[in-house]
Design a protein around this ligand. Structure first.
Ligand SMILES: Nc1ncnc2c1ncn2[C@@H]1O[C@H](COP(=O)(O)OP(=O)(O)OP(=O)(O)O)[C@@H](O)[C@H]1O
Ligand SMILES: [Mg+2]
Length: 252
């Protein structure tokens, strides 16, 4: 089903053909076991309709497996790829982003921050219902302290992460939500480059391709303006994003 840096995800089907299927995420190396543990501990605390459900963490010999509810649907990156660079309509973008922000609001309310929000980590069914997955980079931080962990995917990483500074994790998720919204509407990410260095330069110069969103509604532009802000202190929280006009009247 998928293979990332640290894990491979496979479908686990009941032999008899009856019963429930599961997704099984197998961590590749022994050094990734702590990642599996973190992901399992975090998922155990999350219970939300837009977040993948964990069944259990299973260790067998030299391997660890994370058993997850299986969603028979592609991830959002695959859906976008099929559209060959063409974006989605604003109503659909709104529906997807509303669910994503609700999921992240649930996480942030429990002091959990995802830190790798991107289309590959969102599974989506034919009714545009989403589940957020892949909490491998996530952190749980009770006090309001900063994080110093260079992680994520360059096109979705906030300026402060790209600069390898310490950062407030909630604001990094807000930035990524803005990038996802832009990508869904236009088919491309707002700051593009061949590698992390090129992307960082674009982000630093704040070279946002505004031309691509010139026909978007003023509500959508306001949403981008509250998420894709260079200064993390002025970026909106998940809770505040939910009450913006763009998301307020999303039909789910
Ligand atoms: N529970 C699930 N149901 C359906 N598909 C899933 C599920 N979990 C993962 N997938 C698919 O497998 C892909 C990889 O899963 P995931 O993002 O969890 O791991 P990864 O990116 O390989 O791992 P890591 O980032 O930890 O190295 C996803 O992009 C998605 O398409
Ligand atoms: Mg992933």
């Amino acid at each position: 089903m998928g293979e990332g840096g640290n894990a491979v995800v496979k479908l686990l089907e009941p032999k008899s053909g009856f019963g429930t299927s599961f997704a099984i995420k197998q961590f590749k190396e022994r050094e990734n076991w702590p990642t599996a543990r973190t992901e399992a501990d975090i998922l155990e605390e999350l219970h939300h309709k837009n977040i993948i459900k964990m069944e259990r963490l299973y260790k067998h010999g030299e391997k660890v497996y994370l058993i997850l509810e299986f969603i028979d649907a592609p991830n959002l990156a695959e859906v976008m790829k099929k559209r060959k660079g063409e974006g989605l309509g604003e109503d659909i973008v709104k529906k997807i982003i509303r669910q994503l922000v609700e999921a992240l609001c649930h996480c942030h309310g429990r002091h959990i921050y995802h830190l790798d929000v991107k289309p590959e980590n969102i599974v989506i069914d034919s009714n545009w219902k989403i589940k957020l997955i892949d909490f491998a980079f996530s952190v749980k931080i009770i006090d309001k302290s900063k994080v110093r962990k260079y992680c994520g995917t360059p096109s979705y990483m906030a300026p402060e992460v790209l600069k390898r500074e310490s950062y407030f994790p909630q604001k990094v998720d807000s930035w990524a939500v803005g990038v996802v919204a832009f990508k869904l509407l236009t088919g491309v990410t707002p700051f593009r480059g061949k590698n992390a260095d090129e992307i960082r330069e674009k982000v630093n110069a704040y070279e946002l391709d505004k031309e691509l969103v010139k026909n978007a509604s003023k509500e959508f532009k306001e949403f981008l303006n509250k998420t894709l802000r260079r200064g993390p202190e002025s970026r909106s929280s998940m809770k505040d994003l939910l009450s913006l006009p763009f998301l307020k009247n999303a039909s789910l």
